[in-house]
Write a protein that binds this ligand. Sequence first.
Ligand code: TRP
Length: 334
Amino acid sequence: MEKKRILTGDRPTGPLHLGHYVGSVANRVKLQDTYDTFIIIADIQALTTNFDRPEKLRQDVLNVAMDNIACGVDPKKATLFVQSMVPAIAELTAIYSNLVTVQQLSHNPTIKTEAAQYHYEESMPYGFLGYPVSQAADITFCRANLVPVGEDQAPHIELTRRIVRKFNAIYAPVLIEPEAIFNPRLIGLDGNAKMSKSLGNAIYLSDPSDEVARKVKLAVTDPARIHPSDKGHPEVCAVFAYHQAFNPDTVKDIQQQCQQGKIGCVPCKNLLIEILNRFLEPIRARRTEMEKNPDLVWDILKSGTERARAEGEKTMTLVWEAMKINYFPTPRST
Ligand code: TRP
């Protein structure tokens, strides 16, 4: 039987951080053996908040590719590709834009949260409001079955499903309605609900060890704990959340010792620093290797993008046929 297909990916707005790792990259590494995995580097989506800095994209696309590979995405198993180089995504975006209302888009809770971050409430670029439509094209151009993402992406997957149902009902049932797989979320070391670059609370996969140490030392812990012998409440402590995510071996002991006031926050943080650096060391080493030879990474993206384009062409042939706008054969449809 043919493998089911996954589509997931990242917006290249900087290097990836631990939140990306826990919230998506770890899962795609696990799933790449079982599924035909497509990983999109969504540079056109990144432009919706960075349209005035396109010159940043080249480095950010490369960073995201290197971070994925350094974490274990295997280009022999997974197809890593660049969004802007796949024409079918732009074409489907245009077609889907008729199947969505402006009202639907402006009620999207993720769009609302992000709009506030970028101060777009009063003056919102049309491309930003519409990026979920383009994301529906990202997912459907390769006829993906499953989309592993964080919970914040749920409204976008729901929109994708609605667009697919509407397309299939109006034209012909040629598109696949995808399902989301939700990944866990890592809170920020500052206690914020999310680790994110724009909140300034991120530990990057490429951070050197002293930078990891500096950031963990600044982390917030249980505010009720003044002395190391005070009984702690790990459930409200950001540092404990990181032990849960990265320290499966001794997380239970840490929890007990904290609750009994037997370990202070300083040694607990030092242990976390050691664990995070041990985890990041091989990732950094693989990244440093790749940085010496970026052309190899571009080659990986180039062949992934070729495969993505070929899949896109197959979908467009079905779409044009379904819409009866396949007026005459073109070099692309043969
Ligand atoms: N919106 C996603 C994010 O901000 C990135 C993304 C773009 C994506 N296209 C996608 C995720 C398609 C899953 C499927 O992280």
